[in-house]
Design a protein around this ligand. Structure first.
Ligand SMILES: C[S@@+](CC[C@H](N)C(=O)[O-])C[C@H]1O[C@@H](n2cnc3c(N)ncnc32)[C@H](O)[C@@H]1O
Length: 254
């Protein structure tokens, strides 16, 4: 069974297999394409690259010469990423670090991170520190790109309780940088997930795995919670799809 090292010590193999089957691939590749179009080559760093699947999809579409460093707290995932990427992408240094433990002496033309901001800090003060830190890795004239979810994402809409604090929302991050006088562009995307089977089918296995993914937990819900969760999914789905609505923040360091 494939194991996705996405959350450090938590390896949700069954959940992630299930999640990847659910994603609307065309939506995802539009996002990948847009990210790569924003990369004009030079020195790049991907923070929280996991096993490097997204990194590769992006780098494969970059037209100019680049060299990409990698950061990932999960050592095994980073080893896999390097092996996998070195085959045909130009990879430089790699660091087994979280954003908060990362120490870098150089700056980059492009710093990017995809769906890692939820894990940066446990409180708002610590989170703001990380927002400043990640920007400090960008050269003057360079860009920071953060792919994350907006407040209106169905990922957040269907949660039975608030798991991720509001400072994770894309709007919070954009405001944070704008208030500091930076130019922030926001590209909004559809990121649909198929859930039609879960609303039409009375079985619980997939529904419960999806619950665990959405609530970032190892624990299975009881029957009552599962059914409440199904009701929420039913409310927000359209034609069998939820829309996670990815937002790409492009922060320009002038
Ligand atoms: C949802 S996965 C996203 C992986 C990859 N960026 C992608 O989009 O396919 C989150 C990744 O963030 C990493 N991560 C967890 N905590 C982190 C932190 N504090 N700083 C940087 N990365 C972190 C995890 O190990 C994992 O690889």
């Amino acid at each position: 069974m494939t194991q996705w090292y996405f959350w450090g010590d938590k390896q949700f193999a069954d959940i992630y297999e299930n999640i990847y089957i659910r994603t609307f691939v065309e939506d995802w590749f539009k996002i990948v394409q847009k990210i790569s179009e924003e990369i004009k080559g030079g020195k790049i760093i991907d923070i929280g690259c996991g096993e490097g699947h997204t990194t590769k999809q992006i780098l494969d579409r970059v037209k100019n010469k680049y060299i990409c460093d990698l950061v990932e707290p999960n050592k095994k995932a980073l080893i896999s990423a390097k092996k996998f990427l070195k085959f045909e992408n130009k990879i430089g240094n790699s660091y087994v670090n979280t954003l908060s433990t990362l120490r870098l002496k150089k700056q980059y033309d492009l710093v990017f991170t995809s769906h890692t901001n939820y894990y940066w800090a446990i409180n708002e003060k610590g989170y703001r520190k990380q927002l400043i830190k990640i920007l400090s890795f960008v050269k003057k004239g360079g860009k920071l790109m953060i792919l994350t979810l907006p407040e209106k994402s169905d990922h957040y809409n269907i949660m039975l309780k608030q798991v991720y604090p509001k400072f994770n929302y894309s709007e919070y991050i954009a405001n944070f940088y704008r208030k500091r006088g930076l130019n922030v562009r926001v590209k909004r995307f559809r990121m649909r997930m198929y859930v039609g089977d879960m609303v039409r089918n009375h079985h619980l296995f997939d529904l419960n795995n999806f619950y665990r993914f959405i609530h970032n937990t190892n624990k299975y819900p009881n029957k009552r919670l599962s059914e409440r969760f199904r009701t929420k999914i039913r409310k927000f789905q359209k034609n069998g799809y939820l829309d996670f609505k990815d937002a790409l923040l492009i922060v320009e360091k002038g």
